[in-house]
Every structure is written in structure tokens, then in C-alpha cells.
Write a protein that binds this ligand. Structure first.
Ligand SMILES: [Zn+2]
Length: 527
């Protein structure tokens, strides 16, 4: 027999944790709420492929089996129900109750159709599986004897689904959890399989605005199992993996509460987290070996930022983000292995356009050179020479100045060269500063006796000490021109804190994870 029990007072199984406060499970382990923004946030439907799940909602929970899995979707509108008694006893005593001879009774389903319940031997479990849940109602179990008593339909009552109602479809049919709150899934093997991705711990659905938001609730180390292999190669030496595990744990700790409805998201905005299927034995081992360990500065968890590679020199937080953080200083990085290389080329016309965009009044750009470096690696100052003058770009502005297709330069560790195939464009600058762009097809040399010799290699130029070719006694100059300027660099990422390729290189050289962390984060303690 199906019965609903009106909830009287406190019902809470879903309490949203306020951001910024660490939560703990019943084993005393710290838990995190991770917003699954990459695949399951604001979606119309989510399917769990588990064959058995415990579904908890405001006011109760049920364990259900389904070989076809479970689908969750938001639902809106209204529904009717013909009975609403707080207990079987209430129904019997209501005076309106009439018992069917055959032991069946009817109710109105979510689609509006009138249906009969199952036979008298059916338990409350079945009703839960078939029926619409009343607002703020929970299911109660009843004995077969109780189920044998049936109630005919009372006048139908109409209810409206709460904005948070979630419809669950599974092998046994479908039902709606018209619950004011969220729905949480757990499985016996502690992994929820959502198809594209699978997650340890619990999954929480919240229906908001006719879409489902999905949050993964799990322990810090379970979360790190899915972070570390997303951030570094599991084949790397164990000490590099341990350094990454501590950096990722510390980073998570520092950034808890970055989002309002959950602690962290699952992409690079917080940290890349790819769940259960991404896990590897080597990275899980590194997480376990460092369990609970965090990097501190002055007794507080640090903002342990990290990145792919720096090309030979890290950057300070001050020069990149404008705030001086004592443990995030610029240090030489001789350790990087397999650092990513990049190349970007610009035509002189493109650089001229960039100069104009940046209000540089230097005419057409004719040359680009690095005029100052840090440690002979990092570009500190770039000089642009134009037909009307020159100007410089300094520090981090270098990365953003040379923007192409919406992308900055990927690091400041680079060299600049002209095109490997200089064109036959030349710039002639007169004494008055006026400029002309000439295309020379034939270059001739004229000696002091007036003898003219045609030079068959038009790239052959006479260079003065400043690189220019003197072509007339009146002071004009001829500059070799290139079609393009090529930046060839190493490095990827913001460059502040720990280099992952550097951690790899240090581990290969025999340094342990604490040495690695202390090299990139100055003055810290790991404990
Ligand atoms: Zn985030």
C-alpha cells in the first residue's frame, strides 16, 4: 500500500555548505564540494549508469536497483493526487475511506492519467517507485497487513511541482522528488558512473531554473586522485608527483569557497579535476604518501600556484599580478625537462599596427630587438624601431603587446629573429626623417670611379656598426627589411610558483618533493 506521510518539522539531509568553511565527513576526513562545470552544470538531463543507487532527498532516502541505470531531469507543472493521509490509520479513520473488494486503489499519475496501484501484496517500496511524491512528503513503509487495507479515491488534490523538483526514471518506472532542496546519490562501491565521467564519493543534484546542477562531494584525497593525473604525467618520478599532490592539496585548501554554491570547480579556473577514470596507481600513491600535507608560509596555507613551464626563469607574483607575495618570487629555473617550445611570427605591418594600437608614434616599424634580459633568458625590454623613431615595451606588457589571434606570447623566455628569408623590401630614410618603402629588384654597387657593378644577390647589404647601410653622403640610410619577425620561445603558463616541468627535472636529478616545493615557493614549510 502506498502511503504518504506529511512531514511535520525538521527535515534536512541536504544542507548546502557555506563556502570558505572546511567540511568533514563522519570519519573526520575533510570533504570538498566540487562543481562539475565541465559536463554536468546547467544540463537538461544526467544519467547514472550504476545498477544500484541510494537516492537521498529532503526527508528520506531509498535504495533502488535498475539494470538500465537512472536518469535525472528537472520537472515543472502541476500534478494531482487523490489521497493524502499522514498514515494508514488516519486514512481509515477519516470517514471518507472506502475499501475496494479486490484490494486495489487508484491515483493520478504525473502525466495526468488515472492509474491503479499494484496489488495488495505490494509493499510501500513499489509505490515509491511508481508514484508522484507529494510536496514535502516522505514514504513510509507498511506491513502487508496494513497494505491489505485499501482506500478508494478521495477528491483529487492538485499540487504544483516545486521549482526544485527532479524526475527520476529507471528500470522500475519513474517518480518525482518534489523536494525543496537537493538529491544526493551514493553507491555501494563509492563510485557514481555518469557515463562520460565517473566520480568517487557522492553526487548531488540541484534543480534550478529547469536545469540540473551537479556537485561531487568527496574527501580531499579522493579529489586529488582525480586532479594530480590531470595536471602532470603519471609516468613522472614519484617525487615530482608528490610535489604536485602537495601543491594541489594546498591550492585547494587555499581556494575553498572560490564559488558560491560549491568549494571548487573542475576545470583550470580552480584545478583540472577529471574524476575516477583518470586515476592512475602512481598518482594515487603520491596522494596517499603525502596525505594531509600542506605547504605553509607563516603558519598559513599558501596560494600554491603552478604552471606548465617557464623556459628558464620563474616570475614574481608582483610582476604578473601586481601583489607582492613573499613566497612567490622570481628564481632562475635550470631544472626544466621537456619544456614546451613555441614560435610566433608577425609581419612588420602587423607590428606597425600593434604599435599604433598602443599609441606609439614611431611610424612604420622596421626592427624589433630585445634590449634587456633577466639572467640572459627572460625578455625585460623590447625596442621597436620605426621610420619616425623608437619606443620600448617592458616586463609583462611584452606578452600582451604582441597579441595575435587573441593570444599573447606564451612566455617571456624567447629570442627574436628576422624572417629566414629576407624580402627585397627596403626602407630608405631621408635626412628629414621621411621614409619610403622601395622594392628593389636589382641592386648595384657604384665605386668611387663611377663604375657600376650589379650584385646578383640582392640580400647582400653593406652594414654599418648599427646595422644600417649608408647609401648616400646626404645622410639617408638603407635598412635591410624582413617580411616577418619571429619569436621563438620556451615556456607555457603564468610562470609564478612551481614549474611542473621543473619539478620533473628536479626529481630526475634526485631532489625530493619537499626540496622541489621549497625551491619554487620561498620560505615555506611543508607539514
Ligand atoms: Zn573554479
Amino acid at each position: 500500500m502506498k502511503l504518504f506521510k506529511k512531514l511535520t518539522a525538521a527535515v534536512l539531509s541536504c544542507v548546502l555548505i557555506i563556502g570558505g568553511v572546511a567540511a568533514y565527513n563522519s570519519y573526520g576526513e575533510q570533504t570538498l564540494r566540487v562543481g562539475l562545470e565541465r559536463y554536468y552544470m546547467g544540463v537538461q538531463t544526467v544519467t547514472a549508469k550504476n545498477t544500484s543507487l541510494t537516492i537521498a532527498y529532503k526527508g528520506g532516502s531509498q535504495k533502488l536497483d535498475s539494470t538500465s541505470g537512472f536518469t535525472f531531469e528537472p520537472v515543472s507543472g502541476s500534478f494531482s493526487a487523490r489521497r493524502q493521509f499522514s498514515s494508514m490509520k488516519d486514512a481509515l479513520e477519516s470517514g471518507n475511506a472506502v475499501y475496494d473488494a479486490d484490494g486495489w486503489c487508484s491515483y493520478i499519475a504525473a502525466d495526468g492519467a488515472e492509474k491503479e496501484t499494484a496489488s495488495e501484496t505490494t509493499t510501500a517500496q513499489t509505490y515509491f517507485e511508481e508514484a508522484t511524491v507529494l510536496p514535502n512528503a516522505e514514504f513510509v513503509s507498511e506491513t502487508t497487513t496494513q497494505a491489505a487495507a485499501h482506500v478508494t479515491a478521495a477528491p483529487a488534490d492538485t499540487y504544483t511541482y516545486l521549482p526544485t523538483a527532479i524526475k527520476v526514471t529507471y528500470q522500475g518506472g519513474s517518480f518525482v522528488l518534489n523536494t525543496d532542496g537537493c538529491v544526493t546519490l551514493t553507491s555501494a562501491d563509492n563510485v557514481i558512473d555518469l557515463g562520460e565521467m565517473a566520480y568517487r564519493g557522492k553526487i548531488e543534484f540541484t534543480s534550478v531554473g529547469n536545469a540540473i546542477n551537479t556537485v561531487n562531494i568527496l574527501t580531499m584525497d579522493q579529489y586529488l586522485y582525480g586532479v594530480v593525473p590531470s595536471e602532470v604525467y603519471p609516468e613522472w618520478p614519484q617525487e615530482a608527483l608528490k610535489a604536485q599532490a602537495v601543491a594541489a592539496r594546498t591550492y585547494a585548501q587555499y581556494h575553498i569557497g572560490k564559488h558560491s554554491n560549491y568549494d571548487l570547480c573542475d576545470h583550470t579556473h580552480c584545478q583540472q579535476y577529471s574524476g575516477y577514470r583518470k586515476e592512475e596507481a602512481s598518482t594515487n600513491k603520491a596522494v596517499d604518501a603525502t596525505s594531509g600535507e600542506i605547504a605553509y608560509y607563516n603558519g598559513r596555507p599558501i596560494n600554491s600556484v603552478y604552471y606548465d613551464c617557464d623556459g628558464g626563469y620563474t616570475l614574481s607574483a608582483e610582476e604578473v599580478w601586481g601583489s607582492d607575495i613573499p613566497y612567490l618570487q622570481s628564481v632562475p629555473d635550470p631544472y626544466e625537462l621537456n619544456a614546451r617550445k613555441w614560435e610566433k611570427s608577425f609581419t612588420l605591418d602587423e607590428i606597425t599596427a600593434l604599435a599604433k594600437q598602443n599609441d606609439m608614434d614611431i611610424g612604420d616599424v622596421t626592427a624589433v630587438e630585445i634590449t634587456k634580459k633577466r639572467g640572459d633568458i627572460l625578455a625585460e625590454e623590447i625596442k621597436l624601431t620605426g621610420t619616425k623613431g623608437s619606443d620600448v615595451i617592458k616586463g609583462q606588457d611584452i606578452k600582451t603587446f604582441f597579441q595575435k589571434d587573441g593570444e599573447n606570447l606564451w612566455s617571456r623566455a624567447f629570442t627574436v629573429s628576422g624572417s629566414s628569408a629576407p624580402s627585397n623590401n627596403v626602407y630608405v630614410t631621408g635626412v628629414d626623417g621621411s621614409a619610403d618603402n622601395l622594392r628593389l629588384n636589382v641592386v648595384s654597387a657604384v665605386d668611387s670611379k663611377g663604375q657600376v657593378t650589379v650584385l646578383d644577390d640582392i640580400n647582400c647589404v653593406l652594414r654599418g656598426k648599427d646595422g644600417d647601410v649608408v647609401i648616400s653622403a646626404s645622410g639617408g640610410t638603407l635598412t635591410e627589411a624582413h617580411d616577418s619577425i619571429v619569436f621563438s620561445g620556451t615556456g607555457w603558463g603564468h610562470g609564478v610558483g612551481m614549474s611542473q616541468c621543473g619539478a620533473y627535472g628536479m626529481a630526475e636529478k634526485g631532489h625530493d618533493y619537499k626540496e622541489i616545493l621549497k625551491y619554487y615557493y620561498k620560505g615555506i614549510e611543508v607539514k
